[in-house]
Design a protein. Structure first.
Length: 378
């Protein structure tokens, strides 16, 4: 496998590699009409790929006499920046990574929802996602509802290695694994696990000493790494043929499509806690209503639609990737094979061993360190 040049710019989000858009940020949707020019029969929806499936959108449009214009995003910070810069006035609903839905609150661009009004929805969720749910609250107000989730941990092909070997991230630094490690060049996703392995909680405010420890652990990682890649298909190919023993920085988002294709010997797990810190990371997507939508009742209806059990199954099972959903009621609608693909038998163990992903206070500095060490490793 050809090694990717280590001084190449990183891709800022995991979906970039699926869309082949690099770090463009977002793609404009044709026919997107500003709010002031729209009737109540038109909605503008900003979302990740998958949420725009015809089997999700078409029934809602038919049932609610509305046409939805889709604006696909390829990275959450870019989508949020667009909204915060004033485009919130042009949208009704947005589905993105949960930290950015939460940040719509302090940015004063969220239409807060009432827990009592959505009590029946929360009742259908797993207990872990029911109100009060801090990751989607701002000053006690609810900025959105969870829609999909998964975990970040080592991805392992058990035909070439054992899950037990990855009960920690130690193999990343073991000479026996030199040139057998693939690190995904996906912004903060590979940085966070390495910080946790070094005994540093990256979701807290960090001093210079802690940032230097992150620098050192990344330097050691790159020294033992065969490839740093942004292209998911390249990473998956190396994992399948044994060129890579693991993928670092992806987790279930990397695993699901391979397992869907029958490769059940490929799994994503979470290492055991180390230095008093959980070593996995729970990522989550959520959906929120943008402040002052054209038709609030239809915006709420779309939110309800997306978290309903039947639609949750559609959202979980997409062409590009398959992911868990917060709906407990949806679990009965999955086939046994789908449950196996999604590693449902392992999901709460992964949850219990993981930190919940949020926007890290020092993320800009950590990304800068990543780039510096990546360039120096070349």
């Amino acid at each position: 496998m050809q090694k990717r040049p280590m001084n190449q710019m990183f891709s800022p989000a995991r979906r970039d590699v699926l869309k082949g858009l690099g770090a463009l940020g977002l793609t404009g949707a044709a026919g997107l009409t500003p709010r002031r020019a729209r009737a109540a029969t038109a909605m503008n929806y900003m979302c990740w790929e998958g949420y725009d499936k015809a089997s999700i959108i078409d029934p809602f449009e038919a049932a609610n006499d509305v046409e939805i214009a889709i604006d696909l995003i390829t990275d959450s910070p870019g989508g949020f920046a667009k909204l915060a810069a004033g485009a919130w006035r042009d949208f009704d609903v947005v589905s993105s990574d949960s930290p950015w839905i939460q940040r719509m609150g302090p940015a004063a661009i969220a239409e807060f929802i009432e827990a009592a009004e959505f009590a029946d929805v929360y009742d259908g969720f797993y207990d872990q996602f029911r109100a009060p749910f801090a990751p989607l609250e701002f000053e006690g107000q609810i900025t959105g509802l969870p829609t999909r989730w998964g975990w970040v941990g080592p991805t392992v092909n058990t035909e070439y290695d054992s899950l037990e070997a990855w009960s920690s991230y130690d193999p990343c630094f073991d000479p026996a694994y030199k040139d057998k490690i693939c690190v995904l060049d996906w912004g903060d996703w590979p940085i966070m696990p390495m910080a946790l392995h070094a005994g540093i909680n990256p979701y807290e405010e960090l001093d210079d000493a802690a940032l230097n420890e992150i620098r050192l652990v990344l330097r050691a990682l790159f020294k033992n790494t065969r490839a740093v890649v942004a292209d998911l298909s390249v990473a998956q190919k190396g994992l399948m043929d044994g060129s890579f023993r693991t993928l670092i920085g992806g987790g279930t988002y990397c695993t699901s499509a391979l397992r869907k294709d029958g490769m059940k010997h490929i799994q994503s797990i979470v290492p055991e806690p180390r230095n008093g810190l959980k070593q996995g990371i729970i990522w989550m997507e959520a959906t929120g209503i943008v402040k002052d939508p054209v038709d609030l009742s239809k915006a709420k209806a779309l939110l309800r639609h997306l978290v309903s059990p039947e639609v949750a199954v559609e959202l979980a099972w997409t062409e590009a990737t398959c992911n868990l959903v917060p709906s407990k009621e949806a679990e009965a609608l999955f086939s046994d094979d789908q449950k196996d693909v999604l590693q449902m038998d392992y999901m709460w163990e992964a949850w219990d061993k993981s930190q919940f992903h949020n926007v890290a206070p020092n993320i800009d500095q950590m990304l800068e360190i990543w780039q510096q060490e990546l360039a120096a490793a070349n």
